[in-house]
Design a protein around this ligand. Structure first.
Ligand code: HEM
Length: 162
């Protein structure tokens, strides 16, 4: 918001984006609760045991984002929207995994962060938004999406009030 105020007619710079810590915490908390990808497959390179299950070498395993993102051990009161979870050192490694982890982690992560922050900046700077369906249901079509496509009214700043 501070950047939105002081950057009325100028384009964002890389330095500005790096300062958008709170916005990124909000974005991360959003993708913790509604991760765009649900996980990915891995192939077991050796036999191993996990949580009482034996996984033989060669089996395909689907690691899942939601179970970790909703684990109260890593995210206390997991259903609460709370961007402050990401302040300071934030969640422990491999607890927040919307982009995966390890050598096959999403290579588009930083590009996605840039896109999200630039979008948020321009959106907040130019519009107020009113959702037309309060508490619209979220459904899963392999990724979580609002059931009716999130219809909204956009109000350019300075025109009309909501
Ligand atoms: C919010 C946006 C995004 C999310 C949540 C996301 C999430 C993911 C996840 C969960 C994986 C699997 C990682 C793993 O197996 O450990 C992945 C892989 C991948 N992502 Fe993304 N992604 C996003 C944006 C992007 C963008 C913008 C690009 C390209 C410009 C991209 C390119 C890729 C590619 C190429 C892979 C495959 C990597 C590999 O298997 O080595 N992603 N992403």
């Amino acid at each position: 918001m501070m950047i939105a105020k002081c950057k009325q007619d100028e384009l964002l710079t890389w330095e500005d984006v790096e300062k958008m810590k709170y916005s990124w915490n909000v974005a991360r908390e959003s993708i913790r609760l509604a991760p765009p990808g649900q996980g990915a497959f891995r192939e077991a390179l050796t036999d191993f045991k996990y949580a009482g299950f034996t996984i033989p070498k060669g089996w395909k395993i689907f690691w899942n984002v939601n179970t970790t993102h909703n684990d109260p051990k890593y995210f206390p009161d997991p259903e609460k929207f709370d961007p402050s979870r990401f302040e300071g050192s934030g969640p422990v490694p491999y607890a927040f995994v919307p982009f995966g982890g390890g050598p096959r982690m999403c290579p588009g992560k930083e590009y996605a962060r840039l896109e999200i922050l630039v979008f948020m900046h321009n959106f907040v700077k130019n519009f107020r938004l009113k959702t037309l369906i309060p508490n619209e249901k979220i459904i899963y079509r392999s990724t979580p999406v609002p059931e009716k496509g999130l219809p909204v009214h956009l109000y350019p700043h300075g025109q009309g009030r909501i």
